[in-house]
Design a protein around this ligand. Structure first.
Ligand code: TXA
Ligand code: MG
Length: 338
């Protein structure tokens, strides 16, 4: 008899309980060995929760469409909100975003620390379009927590990390909070004990006039003192901005028609699943919603550039990541102001 094989080739990745078939979430110590294991899990496109000084983050490789799609899936987020990208230092931030003189001043005053800056995205940043929700800007943070620092350095790439809780639930400030919400849904957690700050980072928008996008770990007054101005409030302070609410968000030039089983003559068919075998592009021929989410923004752009008329999209099931995909597609299909 052949022994049952582990579904993973490496013990570092998410493994399954041989008896129940449930995925297991490894708890890793915040030692150099645990951090090296966490980095190798990230390198495989799997998810690792890790401590920062604000809250625990749910980390994935910010350059990998599949890893970022898995973040949305694990959190069961119904929208593709843009995520914060974590890097270890200013050099790494420069590889992703453009920092002007004001940004440099704020960065040198508050980084590393509980501050996130929304900055113009560099063309050659190499990030997944899902991380930025396809915006021309990116939210960057350099956390101060030694475990976050060590993990970012060991991994050697940018890490997308929203708070490590299911969508709509309170942010986790202890490892047990993370496990209560996400156990079995993520490969591992690095145990770094309780978080010192306990609220998320302050988000400062620096793509135009400075705006406070979210109050958080750094008081607005401290930022105002550094900037020498009173901060405008970006509105919607607690509620994360959904990408479609941001004015600069990309919308296809072509008309988009949803829930199409059989496209009309001349339409560009953006398919999903095996039924859409004849589609011009198929978000996931196997009908896998994680794969479809990972392909969504690229394929919308490709469909847009190749289509003179209408993009006809197959029905996407309204479950799991399908809810976020449909939310984005409905925005793309909605009538747009001139
Ligand atoms: O403390 C924190 O900031 C935690 C820890 C884990 O670092 N992270 C966190 O990440 O709260 P996240 O991904 O949940 O924060 C995302 C929020 C979005 O909801 C949005 O408000 C803002 O960051 N954001 C991200 N990218 C943006 C962009 N390009 N333009 C405007 N806002 C953006
Ligand atoms: Mg959150």
């Amino acid at each position: 008899m052949i022994a049952a094989k582990s579904p993973c080739h490496n013990s570092n990745a998410a493994s399954q309980n041989a008896y129940t078939g449930e995925s297991l979430t490894q708890t890793l110590a915040s030692t150099s060995k645990g951090i090296a294991t966490a980095a190798s899990i990230l390198a495989k496109g799997e998810l690792v929760a890790f401590p920062t000084e604000t809250v625990y983050g749910l980390g994935g490789d910010a350059r990998s469409d599949i890893a970022v799609a898995r973040i949305f899936e694990a959190k069961a987020r119904p929208h593709f909100n843009p995520l914060i990208v974590h890097v270890p230092d200013l050099n790494a931030a420069h590889e992703i975003a453009v920092l002007d003189e004001v940004a440099e001043r704020v960065a040198s005053a508050f980084w590393p620390g509980p501050l996130t800056l929304v900055l113009p995205l560099r063309q050659d940043a190499g990030l997944s379009a899902l991380v930025t929700a396809d915006l021309p800007s990116v939210a960057i943070r350099i956390p101060e927590h030694p475990v976050a620092q060590a993990l970012l350095r060991a991994f050697g790439g940018p890490v997308a990390a929203p708070s490590a809780n299911p969508s709509g639930k309170v942010s986790p400030t202890r490892p047990e909070h993370v496990l209560a919400g996400l156990s079995g849904r993520i490969a591992a957690i690095v145990d770094g004990g309780p978080c010192a700050v306990g609220v998320e980072s302050t988000i400062l928008g620096l793509t135009g006039e400075p705006v406070l996008l979210r109050p958080g770990g750094i008081p607005a007054e401290a930022l105002e003192a550094c900037l020498g101005c009173v901060l405008g409030n970006g509105g919607n302070a607690q509620k994360p901005s959904a990408p479609g609410q941001l004015a600069s968000h990309y919308a296809p030039g072509a008309t988009v028609r949803l829930n199409v089983l059989v496209p009309e003559e001349g339409e560009f068919w953006l398919g999903f699943g095996p039924e859409a075998e004849a589609a011009d592009l198929n978000l996931s021929p196997a009908g896998d919603l994680v794969e479809a989410a990972a392909n969504l923004f690229h394929y919308l752009r490709r469909a847009d550039s190749r289509s003179g008329t209408t993009i006809a999209v197959s029905p996407i099931p309204e479950r799991g990541l399908g809810r976020a995909i449909n939310d984005r597609l409905r925005r793309a299909a909605a009538p747009r102001p001139e």
